[in-house]
Design a binder for this molecule. Structure first.
Ligand code: 13P
Length: 293
């Protein structure tokens, strides 16, 4: 089916208290595996692109694959740019065919963050494209290992950059943004200790936010905390590390057992892809997005 606007996907999630999964995907294997598992479970899904995977002509490859995924499947799909740092990055992917972008000014002060986000919203909304932004800052769990490290962010402690609930309404009104990523205790990448989500902060944020809320750093948080976050207003959850761990671990196992290095990729990748799909299925059940199509 044609791409579905993120605002429609997230409005349904917010209304019915489930969360839409967004998986960052870097290549054909990942795109296809995510879509097949989501289709099996009849879940809407968002495909996320990160900067290193869409550099140069990489963007053309990415959009062709993601659009093929949407065209050949029966579930609602949005193609989303994750963690853009400038209007130019957003313009480039919108022109290429993405229908959703995240502008991430979270490492800058409120006024700078709000003004960059407003600039992106003004551009994107004229073209019917939805915008996510981030208030507060979701850092890397281990400096240098999360994908944000590729974008040159300096490492910060989780507790030092949580979203301030009293800033939320002002931010949304000033920017016109469509969904908001909030910092309530998660981080990107692999944790060194179990995260502790600040659910009362989330409740306060949710009660003042007119727009759907997003949780970044969806890997590695205990299931009960994820369920609690969804029950208190999270309508979209980003996942990357957990699918990478599943796929890469299985790939290592397969390669270690492989005698013939002339083996075709479709054989080599079979089990790693299946491992990735299993994580996608689990996240969909946990987020309650199955059978929502
Ligand atoms: P994880 O890698 O921790 O799952 O975070 C993904 C994410 O938030 C991408 O924006």
């Amino acid at each position: 089916m044609p791409l579905v606007p993120t605002r429609d996907i997230l409005a349904d999630a917010r209304k019915n208290a489930y969360a839409v999964p967004m998986f960052d995907v870097s290549n054909y294997e990942m795109i296809r595996s995510v879509i097949e598992a989501a289709e099996e479970r009849q879940s809407p899904v968002m495909l996320g692109a990160l900067k290193p995977d869409i550099e140069g002509v990489g963007l053309d490859y990415f959009i062709a694959m993601a659009q093929t995924a949407a065209k050949t499947s029966s579930i609602p799909i949005a193609i989303h740019l994750d963690h853009a740092c400038s209007l130019e990055e957003c313009q480039r992917v919108i022109e290429a065919g993405f229908n959703s972008v995240m502008i991430d000014g979270s490492a800058t002060p409120f006024a700078e963050n709000a003004s960059m986000t407003k600039e992106v919203c003004d551009y994107a909304h004229k073209r019917g494209i939805d915008v996510e932004a981030e208030l507060g800052h979701v850092p890397d769990a281990i400096s240098g290992q999360g994908e944000a490290a590729h974008q040159g962010y300096e490492h910060k402690e989780i507790k030092d950059c949580l979203t301030q609930p009293d800033q939320v309404l002002r931010y949304v009104e000033q920017t016109g943004v469509d969904s908001l990523a909030v910092a309530i205790g998660t981080a990107h990448g692999s944790y060194i200790s179990t995260p502790e989500l600040d659910i009362s902060r989330l409740q306060e944020i949710n009660s003042s936010s007119p727009i759907p809320l997003v949780l970044h750093g969806g890997s590695g948080t205990p299931d009960e905390q994820i369920k609690n976050a969804i029950a208190n207003g999270i309508a979209k959850i980003n996942v990357f590390t957990d699918i990478l761990i599943a796929m890469n671990s299985k790939k290592k196992e397969v390669l270690n057992e492989l005698e013939n290095m002339g083996t075709w990729p479709h054989v080599l990748n079979n089990k790693p892809n299946e491992a990735l799909k299993e994580v996608v299925r689990e996240k969909i059940s946990l987020f309650g997005s199955n059978n929502r199509v």
